[in-house]
Design a protein around this ligand. Structure first.
Ligand SMILES: NC(=O)C1=CN([C@@H]2O[C@H](COP(=O)(O)OP(=O)(O)OC[C@H]3O[C@@H](n4cnc5c(N)ncnc54)[C@H](OP(=O)(O)O)[C@@H]3O)[C@@H](O)[C@H]2O)C=CC1
Ligand SMILES: O=C(O)C1=N[C@H](C(=O)O)C[C@H](O)C1
Length: 271
């Protein structure tokens, strides 16, 4: 591994971008070597520190991804699907570890990421926190232990600026529940009921999205049957925990072979 791998943060003006840049700068194991924004963004050409409202850092915000990735060992990317699939190609060309936190990716986007992972390490997770990744394991185990008389519903709450639903985390939890039950999520998924929906289908997994204020991220998995309910939940109250997970993934990825990985791999939680 390079002694102190260089990191480029994409979407650096975003909620997660700022958090990630701050965490990389605090780290004594990684070095911030690039800060990226889209062409035409106000921050392009400005010093990152000044753009963030602080002291000068000597790092200029840029818009040329390939040039930035070429001097990095890792790219940390919490942006939007259209950007992330482009970055996956470019990070693979630069042989940089691509840590993807972006959610709302389509099947086609996932395929492009899969292709890019032939040439480079990609770590992707809808949630980079230890707590949520543990919760997916617990969800899978509980779902495996219960029969289809137990209804499974996933409720997620986020801030009012979030653009995708269900959240990436809710989908991770849904996948874990479906895996525990031995079914395919896309065959049993019920999203956002409205109107005369008919009775609940046994065996289905429901998703519900709450959007309001500045909620960082809350997830609950509800298992309900006649006479009893189990609720398991996770509350994130600080975005720094997602950023720290992403930094961990960037470091871990330095020693891996090209391929697709997730946070269970990084955290050593895979069975
Ligand atoms: N996996 C995890 O643990 C977590 C994942 N997320 C996910 O991360 C993503 C970002 O979240 P958040 O920071 O809140 O969102 P923001 O909207 O605050 O930030 C997104 C950033 O990406 C930039 N961006 C968007 N499209 C492009 C593009 N085509 N090229 C370059 N830059 C682009 C935006 O620029 P502009 O403003 O110009 O559009 C903005 O700076 C979401 O998908 C969210 O769900 C969030 C938290 C944790
Ligand atoms: O957009 C967010 O903010 C978050 N997105 C991720 C998701 O879609 O699950 C993770 C976290 O909940 C915050």
């Amino acid at each position: 591994m390079t002694e102190r791998p260089g990191v480029v943060v994409t979407g650096v003006s975003g909620r997660m971008g700022r958090m990630l840049a701050g965490e990389v700068m605090k780290s004594d194991r990684l070095e911030l070597v690039g800060a990226l924004e889209r062409a035409g963004h106000d921050w392009i050409g400005q010093d990152l520190g000044t753009a963030m409202g602080g002291a000068e850092l000597g790092l200029t915000v840029e818009d040329d991804a390939l040039e930035a990735f070429a001097r990095a060992q890792a790219v940390i990317d919490f942006t939007a699907p259209a950007a992330t699939v482009e970055f996956a190609d470019l990070a693979a060309q630069a042989r940089a570890v691509h840590v993807i936190g972006t959610t709302g990716l389509s099947e086609e986007d996932l395929h492009r990421i899969h292709v890019a992972a032939r040439h480079a390490v990609i770590v992707r997770a809808g949630n980079m926190s230890l707590g949520v990744n543990l919760l997916t394991q617990v969800t899978r185990q509980v779902a495996a232990a219960l029969d289809a008389d137990w209804d499974i519903e996933i409720i997620e709450s986020h801030h009012n600026q979030k653009v995708d639903a269900p959240s990436g985390t809710a989908l991770m939890l849904g996948e874990a529940a479906a895996e525990g039950r031995g079914v395919k999520l896309d065959e049993v998924s019920d999203r956002g009921r409205d109107g005369i929906t008919g009775k609940r289908e046994p065996g289905h997994i429901g998703f519900h999205a709450i959007r309001g204020g500045d909620i960082v991220g809350e997830h609950e998995v509800l298992f309900a049957t006649a006479g009893e309910r189990i609720k398991i939940s996770h509350i994130a109250s600080d975005r720094a925990l997602f950023a720290r997970g992403a930094l961990k993934a960037a470091l871990w990825g330095q020693d891996q072979r090209p391929g697709e990985y997730d946070m269970l791999d990084v955290l050593g939680l895979k069975d």
